[in-house]
Design a protein around this ligand. Structure first.
Ligand code: NAG
Ligand code: NAG
Ligand code: NAG
Ligand code: NAG
Length: 487
């Protein structure tokens, strides 16, 4: 008698555990007015997370020469975060099509981007940290491994098409800016979205995809800029892109990105007429399942003060949350960020204001960027990323001050504001807050973050962007002259 009872009990337990595990992410997620909920509609869900780039020249997710996939996901989890925004280039899918449907092994990808010597070396280091990978492992299999690890650690995975041609992003001169720009072939883009949506069906952690990162002015082709940089073109392709994803994977949430480097969704949220008389309408998307659309914004500016910054953000898109124009749709801030040193997070208007504003708005957000370094960026190999949450070797936090004093509290405040109690197995996720890096990590980080490399890396990135914004805004939006004059 005893044995069967025990057996029954353990079987019951097993079943319970299995169903708890398979119930996460309680999807498909859906929108409900300005909120996002799980499948039941009774529980708020949002993302608090970080971008993990995989759209650089190698098209391999960054950092794996320093850490394992599992330990990187764990590091994100230790912040209390629940989401990763994984970026990719359409070029990866183009190469799959050129290669009879087969993806490129990471060994070849590293050699192609880094040269034979360094490519071989970096490949070796990646396999050292990730022994499950080998010479035949392809880039998409690395994506698969990340998706599997996210499911295991209950991290929502968001796929972001960052560029067409794999490279550092984004300025209006890089050929990746707008539909039909030099590298931005519309057909290939749609094919790429469909491919990733279909491929992503095997990833339980995948809950959403975006259409395109930071749509912006195609300034290398003035004809294209004059003729097509407008809301009409935006709407036409946004409808097609959303359809491409929704047809192949109807469960996913779809993020719509604004113009002007995703800082402007004014025509959508104010329900002002797109050129002609037609207005943005969720019904135009005609999706297989309704309640799948949300808006995403980025912000990288140097605001004068917090109230005016909030006003700018409200005009850019956050106004939608008030529902004043009749459109009720969620919004997320999918990029913002700053130099990860000891003080920026708590001494600039931009950082301080966003840290307050986002939880206050009860929206999801993903900070730029996780990466402490890139295999290659703008021609420089093993590029040190001063904006990375982690150090160059991806082992410690670059700014422990921000992590403890700013980021973790912001995560907590956001989730609490939406009454989201972390993951299903509460406590466990929170309990690991200190993660695998205690005091020792702090010491390392301090040295790394005060190094001259990280500072210049950050300012070059930021300088590039700010310069472009100034030129573009001053040329095209005279009303902004006063605003930007005070920079
Ligand atoms: C190999 O990588 C190192 C940095 O790790 C870099 O300094 C060197 O220039 C690279 N070699 C080539 C041929 O690019
Ligand atoms: C510029 O854009 C126009 C309009 O799309 C296109 O016809 C033309 O070929 C483009 N020029 C170049 C140099 O790509
Ligand atoms: C967005 O762009 C439109 C022009 O298409 C402009 O009228 C509007 O002021 C811009 N909004 C913001 C917040 O920059
Ligand atoms: C989501 O959170 C908001 C803000 O706290 C709340 O008003 C709303 O009722 C919540 N929705 C659900 C389904 O819990």
């Amino acid at each position: 008698m005893r044995l069967p009872v025990n057996l029954l009990l353990s079987m019951a337990l097993l079943t319970a555990t299995a169903s708890a595990a398979t119930s996460w992410p309680n999807g498909p997620l859906q929108t409900k007015g300005r909120w996002i909920t799980d499948a039941s509609g009774g529980r708020n869900v949002t993302y608090v997370g970080v971008s993990w780039p995989a759209h650089g020249e190698t098209m391999v997710p960054e950092g794996l020469q320093y850490r394992s996939v599992a330990s990187i996901v764990e590091k994100v989890k230790s912040l209390g975060m629940n989401a990763i925004r994984l970026t990719y280039a359409i070029e990866m899918i183009d190469q799959v099509y050129e290669n009879d449907g087969k993806d490129v092994p990471i060994w070849d990808a590293f050699v192609a981007a880094l040269g034979k010597e360094n490519g071989t070396k970096v490949f070796g280091e990646v396999v050292n940290n990730n022994p499950e990978f080998g010479e035949s492992t392809t880039r998409l299999e690395v994506f698969d491994a990340i998706a599997a690890e996210c499911a295991k650690q209950q991290i929502y995975l968001h796929l972001d098409n960052h560029v067409s041609k794999a490279s550092w992003c984004c300025n209006p001169f890089d050929g990746n800016s707008w539909w039909e720009d030099k590298f931005f072939d519309t057909e290939n883009w749609l094919r790429g979205l469909s491919f990733m949506a279909r491929h992503g069906k095997r990833w339980p952690a995948l809950t959403s995809m975006s259409l395109r990162n930071e749509l912006r002015q195609p300034l290398t082709n003035t004809t294209l800029y004059r003729e097509s940089y407008n809301w009409q073109t935006w709407y036409k392709y946004t409808l097609l892109g959303a359809k491409a994803i929704n047809t192949l994977h109807p469960d996913l949430l779809i993020f719509l990105s604004g113009i002007d480097s995703d800082t402007n969704l004014t025509a959508v949220v104010e329900q002002t007429a797109l050129p002609g008389t037609h207005k943005f309408s969720v019904n135009d998307f005609n999706l297989a399942k309704p309640n799948k659309l949300l808006l995403e914004l980025h912000t990288y500016i140097t605001p004068r003060d917090c109230p005016s910054f909030k006003e700018t953000l409200s005009k850019a898109g956050f106004g939608v949350l008030a529902g004043d124009s009749g459109l009720e749709i969620p919004l997320m801030m999918t990029e913002f960020g700053w130099t990860q040193d000891a003080t920026t997070w708590d001494s600039t208007v931009y950082a301080k204001c966003l840290r307050e504003f986002l939880p206050e708005q009860k929206v999801g957000w993903m900070i730029w960027v996780l990466a402490g370094s890139y295999y290659i960026r703008e021609g420089k190999q093993d590029y040190d990323e001063g904006w990375g949450l982690v150090t160059k070797d991806w082992k410690a936090w670059r700014s422990p001050e921000f992590i403890e004093g700013g980021l973790k509290p912001m995560v907590k405040k956001t989730l609490e504001g939406l009454a989201i109690g972390g993951t299903d197995d509460d406590g466990e996720g929170r309990g690991s807050e200190e993660g695998g890096n205690g005091g020792g990590a702090t010491a390392t980080t301090t040295t790394a973050s005060s190094g001259p490399t990280s500072t210049s890396a950050a300012s070059s990135w930021r300088g590039d962007r700010e310069w472009v914004f100034r030129v573009v805004l001053m040329c095209s939006l005279p009303s902004y002259l006063t605003y930007f004059a005070c920079w």
